[in-house]
Design a protein around this ligand. Structure first.
Ligand SMILES: *Cc1c(COP(=O)(O)O)cnc(C)c1O
Length: 465
């Protein structure tokens, strides 16, 4: 079961370029450069095919929250594969892991959630959200309530509905998106939109954009608002504290459903089980994926709050929707093992009380670095904005010309020095595994400082600052 010895790095790269169309990738560029081949991992550390060790500060893709190599998850998958590798949950059948996980999810999620609808990924979960909120309003006798409001620079997946809900304009530009009935408001990103305002005042203003949009669309046509508690792929943008309570107030005022996309924020990332708890909202629906299995196997879904569940169950008849892999028994068995491990290691408490506050303190110190214009953290997700100057005269930093790709320069230094950190434009972001220790935070900060200094050296040498 070791890595096949028939391939070395060069031959893996050649076969990869010849046959594998990677997601979100410029195929020609990849073929020229050759992919990095990850062969193994343990705890927080990846090994590539050249034997390099990398500190994985991105938890794979925001998902490997319990770290790599957890035996209880491996055992759960192996056991379930032997016992029953697959059976569906259509036609009034079910499997023990799917039932047990549903019960466990009802326990760890906020009290309004007693029901789950399973999907295979976060994107599929959000497709289910679109189907379900429209179905809900049909059942309420208000079928004209079709419109879902989301945010520019939000990320909700890559299927037709997921990419439409998301606010990535470069995704909309390919394939005629968004699909009808989805509209966007600006994100609560103080650096981008809040010049001259305090963060708290800006948070209220940004939430007000939702009310404006509701009035523009017509309150009787709006079905739901969806957002990530903290935007992940958009650049770990932590909204001002005033934002989410005001969003909740507006949703309540117009009686529209609130959907929290917890695909990244769920299962401990923000220092509570779910991001909505950190932000103080009471959503009607919650999308989950990634951290539910720590990425060991694909699983996603939607937690369905009482308001919607009651309508679907009591008035619904058949809900004409579902996936072959809804409630896949192996995926559910791994999720159960994962959640039990989060509980037994007290990972949520550790993020909330120990590693989260410690990371926040270390990130605050980065503000002394000449390249850094802003840092934000929430639990174990964090961002830092690389800037040309800390103050352009109005208290707001001056940004680099985006064509210089300073973020990519920094990311290159990270890879070369054994650190996986992501660049979203010139915003460097991390979301390390929740098993990270205090000593590992120190190790991470050492790597970050080193890479920032190397980037600063480049930027100065090129005369960009
Ligand atoms: C990753 C992500 C998704 C999409 O999940 P997939 O499993 O990639 O389909 C949806 N929402 C958020 C917030 C995400 O981060």
């Amino acid at each position: 079961m070791s890595t096949p010895t028939t391939h070395d790095t060069a031959s893996w790269q050649a076969a990869d370029a010849a046959h594998f169309l990677h997601p979100f990738t410029d195929f020609q560029q990849l073929a020229q450069k050759g992919s990095r081949i990850i062969t193994k991992a343990d705890n927080l550390y990846l090994t590539d095919s050249e034997g390099n060790r990398l500190f994985d500060a991105m938890s794979g893709l925001w998902c490997v929250n319990v770290g790599y190599g957890q035996q209880s998850l491996i055992d759960a998958a192996a056991h379930q594969m032997k016992e029953l590798p697959f059976y569906n949950s259509f036609f009034q059948t079910t499997t023990p892991p799917a039932v047990e996980l549903a019960q466990l999810l009802a326990e760890v999620t906020p009290p309004q959630f007693q029901h789950v609808f399973y999907a295979g990924s976060g994107s599929e979960g959000n497709d289910t959200v679109v189907r379900m909120v429209r179905r809900y309003w049909d059942l309420q006798g208000q079928p004209e309530r079709q419109v879902i409001i989301s945010r520019w620079n939000g990320y909700h997946g890559s299927t037709m509905a997921g990419a439409s809900l998301g606010g990535m304009k470069y995704m909309h530009a390919q394939g005629g998106l968004p699909i009808p009935g989805i509209t966007h408001i600006d994100q609560p990103h103080w650096l981008e939109h809040g010049a001259g305002m305090t963060r708290d005042a800006f948070g209220l203003k940004a939430a007000g954009w939702l009310e404006q949009k509701i009035l523009e669309v017509g309150p009787d046509k709006v079905a739901a608002f969806i957002g990530e508690p903290v935007q992940g792929a958009g650049g770990v943008i932590v909204p001002p504290a005033t934002y989410w309570p005001e969003i909740q107030r507006i949703c309540d005022k117009y009686n529209i459903l609130l959907v929290s996309d917890e695909v990244i924020c769920g299962f401990g990332r923000t220092g509570n089980w779910f991001g909505c708890e950190t932000m103080g909202t009471k959503p009607d629906l919650m999308t989950f994926a990634k951290g539910v299995t720590s990425g060991y196997i694909p699983l996603g879904g939607v937690m369905v709050g009482d308001r919607v569940a009651k309508a679907l169950i009591e008035q619904g008849g058949e809900f004409e929707h579902g996936y072959t892999y809804s409630g896949h028994p192996v995926a559910c068995a791994v999720a159960i093992a994962n959640i039990k491990l989060i509980q037994s290691l007290k990972l949520v408490e550790r993020v909330r009380d120990e590693t989260g506050p410690y990371l926040a303190a270390q990130f605050a110190k980065l503000n002394d670095h000449p390249l850094i214009g802003e840092t934000q953290t929430c639990g174990l997700m964090a961002s830092m904005q690389l800037v040309k100057a800390k103050d352009r005269g109005d208290g707001h930093p001056a940004m680099f010309d985006s064509a210089l790709e300073v973020g990519m320069l920094c990311r290159g230094h990270c890879f070369a020095n054994g650190l996986v950190m992501r660049a979203v434009g010139d915003r460097m972001i991390i979301a390390p595994p929740l098993v990270m220790t205090i000593a590992q935070v120190d190790e991470l900060m050492g790597l970050i400082h080193k890479c920032l200094d190397l980037t600063l050296g480049d930027v100065r040498a090129r005369g960009w600052v």
